[in-house]
Design a protein around this ligand. Sequence first.
Ligand SMILES: *[C@@H]1O[C@H](CO)[C@@H](O)[C@H](O)[C@H]1NC(C)=O
Ligand SMILES: *[C@@H]1O[C@H](CO)[C@@H](O)[C@H](O)[C@H]1NC(C)=O
Ligand SMILES: *[C@@H]1O[C@H](CO)[C@@H](O)[C@H](O)[C@H]1NC(C)=O
Ligand SMILES: *[C@@H]1O[C@H](CO)[C@@H](O)[C@H](O)[C@H]1NC(C)=O
Ligand SMILES: *[C@@H]1O[C@H](CO)[C@@H](O)[C@H](O)[C@H]1NC(C)=O
Ligand SMILES: *[C@@H]1O[C@H](CO)[C@@H](O)[C@H](O)[C@H]1NC(C)=O
Ligand SMILES: *[C@@H]1O[C@H](CO)[C@@H](O)[C@H](O)[C@H]1NC(C)=O
Ligand SMILES: *[C@@H]1O[C@H](CO)[C@@H](O)[C@H](O)[C@H]1NC(C)=O
Ligand SMILES: *[C@@H]1O[C@H](CO)[C@@H](O)[C@H](O)[C@H]1NC(C)=O
Ligand SMILES: *[C@@H]1O[C@H](CO)[C@@H](O)[C@H](O)[C@H]1NC(C)=O
Length: 212
Amino acid sequence: MQFLSFLLTAAAWVSTVSAHFSITYPYWRGDSFPTQWTYPCGGVNQSVSDTNRTAWPLDGGSLVFKPSHPNAQTFVNLGLGGNVTRLNITLVPTFNQTGNGTFCFKKLTLPSGLDIQEGTNASIQVIQLSENGGALYNCADITFKKDAAGPPDGMCVNSTGVGASAFAFASSGNQGNSSKNGNESTCKSGASKTTVGMLSAVGLFAAGLALF
Ligand SMILES: *[C@@H]1O[C@H](CO)[C@@H](O)[C@H](O)[C@H]1NC(C)=O
Ligand SMILES: *[C@@H]1O[C@H](CO)[C@@H](O)[C@H](O)[C@H]1NC(C)=O
Ligand SMILES: *[C@@H]1O[C@H](CO)[C@@H](O)[C@H](O)[C@H]1NC(C)=O
Ligand SMILES: *[C@@H]1O[C@H](CO)[C@@H](O)[C@H](O)[C@H]1NC(C)=O
Ligand SMILES: *[C@@H]1O[C@H](CO)[C@@H](O)[C@H](O)[C@H]1NC(C)=O
Ligand SMILES: *[C@@H]1O[C@H](CO)[C@@H](O)[C@H](O)[C@H]1NC(C)=O
Ligand SMILES: *[C@@H]1O[C@H](CO)[C@@H](O)[C@H](O)[C@H]1NC(C)=O
Ligand SMILES: *[C@@H]1O[C@H](CO)[C@@H](O)[C@H](O)[C@H]1NC(C)=O
Ligand SMILES: *[C@@H]1O[C@H](CO)[C@@H](O)[C@H](O)[C@H]1NC(C)=O
Ligand SMILES: *[C@@H]1O[C@H](CO)[C@@H](O)[C@H](O)[C@H]1NC(C)=O
């Protein structure tokens, strides 16, 4: 019993100390470090940021986060509404985020057909799956506004050694090959051409994607 509680404490310590991440723009819902593995928003009650939403442009804006592990399979999703529990709109298809520091997408674009207007509330969710399979969640609560200011100068940067890399899922040696004419059956995870195209569009290496 004592040993079990030691293990649980150790597991919690490892999760909070060695593998946390934060969203710095739009400002995150709140400090999730103690509960970051909790779906969907790292265990922080939405009421925490209900009066502190960041204005975000109507056609999408910047996202800055601070990862802390060598690499993590990363997802960026959106959920529309004031207190979202289903963040089911993909903003960035899964990618392999590498490096420890600051990571920024200057301008995330929105899928077409969303009913977004001046004042629409939404939440952005970032999920990071670490190498050992641990899933970490954070959300940032936003209000779509046409006059949204964007992050302060100098905030949207990738620090040295921080970026994205191809997934190593495929064993064919074809990793990092974004050729649309490639033989997709060599990609074990079965990335679709659409996803490859979307990833290319946001400037990432496109290969070996996993669609979850
Ligand atoms: C979240 O905060 C609201 C408003 O303060 C409260 O009513 C609700 O019980 C909280 N939910 C959880 C899961 O803590
Ligand atoms: C948001 O929804 C959750 C789950 O339905 C609920 O527990 C919580 O009280 C809601 N928070 C607010 C601020 O309405
Ligand atoms: C968006 O959220 C803000 C802050 O909670 C609230 O005052 C506003 O009424 C919400 N807007 C809509 C359209 O629900
Ligand atoms: C509200 O958001 C700003 C950044 O937009 C942040 O500096 C501030 O700490 C937040 N306030 C609270 C109470 O979380
Ligand atoms: C990430 O970098 C910071 C600052 O250099 C360092 O303190 C921290 O230990 C690093 N984290 C990991 C998991 O390497
Ligand atoms: C996302 O979930 C909402 C609420 O359940 C639903 O209305 C909407 O159609 C879903 N959108 C997508 C793209 O699945
Ligand atoms: C950071 O790296 C990602 C992945 O390579 C790239 O998409 C993004 O544009 C970079 N951000 C900046 C500010 O250069
Ligand atoms: C992500 O990229 C790093 C560095 O290239 C690599 O070591 C790691 O295996 C990749 N992660 C996955 C899940 O493919
Ligand atoms: C990428 O794939 C194409 C088509 O299979 C192939 O012709 C090309 O040589 C590959 N490039 C690299 C760098 O592997
Ligand atoms: C794709 O690769 C598979 C397995 O190596 C092979 O059987 C198939 O003929 C290839 N298809 C094309 C169009 O090259």
